[in-house]
Design a binder for this molecule. Structure first.
Ligand SMILES: Nc1ncnc2c1ncn2[C@@H]1O[C@H](COP(=O)(O)OP(=O)(O)OP(=O)(O)O)[C@@H](O)[C@H]1O
Ligand SMILES: [Mg+2]
Length: 233
């Protein structure tokens, strides 16, 4: 999927970050790209269960968090019961994107310091958001225990779709451990920047998980040009 470059709508002044285009500019060309991506996931869903979708990448800054937030927002707008989990305890950004408090979050739940119910916030479009919260020194170990699986299972019971934002796979073991609990893993790749060898290496690390495909970020606005054309007809 070619997610076109995220542009900031000039008029937006709410607490949701303007990069969550699926909420703040749902009729724009970027939101349309996330709708297409969500429809593709639905196609896979028609073939096999795909409630829990985790997003990772080879290296940092490829667009995982923005993609996860938009997919979750898009699904929620389509009437699904959706949860969005910030499992990037290294660089937690989900709370900031939705203008909510960072803690308590999944780190406290997995560390046994908080109940899952107490870490849940309800965001726009009735989106369930579980922020990361303050992380311990060794965040990776939290995802290899049974607590993470238990939290995911609880959310499965009450949600149709669960999106999990992970750290990049190459520098940290967290992604590998957490990805194993997902029904499908999406690898986010920044167009024209991430070297193919790094993506291959990341895919190798994620070998035990259910890889479902890649999302290219930072692409040209090809789709937008077509929309303009159709709009004129
Ligand atoms: N589809 C996209 N096209 C262009 N830029 C994007 C896209 N998605 C995200 N970005 C931009 O890329 C930067 C990194 O995005 P984001 O925080 O989502 O990446 P990340 O992979 O989660 O990073 P990190 O590894 O630090 O968690 C941000 O400046 C964001 O605005
Ligand atoms: Mg991120």
């Amino acid at each position: 999927m070619d997610a076109k470059a995220i542009q900031v709508p000039a008029a937006f002044d709410g607490s949701v970050d303007p990069r969550v285009v699926s909420l703040v500019d749902p009729n724009g060309a970027a939101a349309e790209q996330f709708r297409l991506l969500h429809l593709r996931l639905d196609k896979t869903r028609a073939q096999r269960p795909l409630a829990v979708v985790a997003l990772t990448s080879a290296v940092a800054g490829e667009g995982k968090t923005v993609t996860a937030a938009n997919l979750a927002a898009c699904a929620a707008r389509r009437g699904r019961r959706v949860a969005l989990l910030d499992c990037d305890l290294r660089r937690p950004r989900i709370a900031g994107l939705f203008g909510i408090d960072e803690g308590p979050g999944i780190a406290a739940v997995l560390g046994g310091r908080c109940r899952l119910e107490d870490a849940i916030r309800i965001g726009p479009e009735r989106l369930t958001i579980v922020p990361a919260g303050a992380a311990p020194d060794d965040p990776g170990s939290l995802f290899s225990g049974t607590a993470f699986r238990a939290a995911i299972e609880r959310l499965r019971g009450t949600h149709d779709e669960i999106y999990v934002d992970l750290p990049p796979a190459l520098p940290f073991a967290d992604a590998m451990a957490a990805a194993n609990e997902a029904d499908g893993v999406v690898v986010v790749v920044r167009n024209n920047e991430t070297r193919a060898e790094l993506v291959e290496e990341a895919v190798g690390i994620l070998a035990g998980a259910q890889l479902i495909g890649c999302v290219l970020t930072g692409c040209e606005e090809g789709a937008a040009a077509y929309r303009k054309y159709y709009g004129k007809r």
